[in-house]
Design a protein around this ligand. Structure first.
Ligand code: ZN
Ligand code: ZN
Ligand code: ZN
Length: 94
């Protein structure tokens, strides 16, 4: 498989939710940055140096927070994503 074929396949997988598209803090995705996710709910820690992704097990988002958002906007909240950004030890050079 050529590299472009792999990118196209990954883009397709991302569309159906089988892989997660890694975005920067501004929501910009760049080609070829994907990660395979486990199917239980989790959050991500993303290194903005090497774009490595860690899964954080457990949610930590309070149900009250979700209820507050729902009340403030009138939106029936069905889920959320939460990504943390930073530099990993090797990108920090420590
Ligand atoms: Zn994930
Ligand atoms: Zn890194
Ligand atoms: Zn969560």
């Amino acid at each position: 498989m050529g590299l472009m074929t792999i990118y196209r396949t990954l883009a397709l997988l991302a569309e159906v939710g089988a892989v997660y598209t890694i975005r920067d803090q501004h929501g910009e995705a760049s080609e070829g940055r994907y990660v395979f996710c486990s199917d239980h709910h989790h959050h991500h820690v993303i290194c903005t140096g090497c774009w490595r992704v860690w899964e954080v097990q457990g949610c930590g988002v309070a149900p009250e927070q979700q209820a507050h958002v729902a009340e403030a906007t009138g939106v029936t909240v069905t889920g959320h994503t939460l990504d943390f950004y930073g530099l990993c030890p090797s990108c920090r050079g420590t």
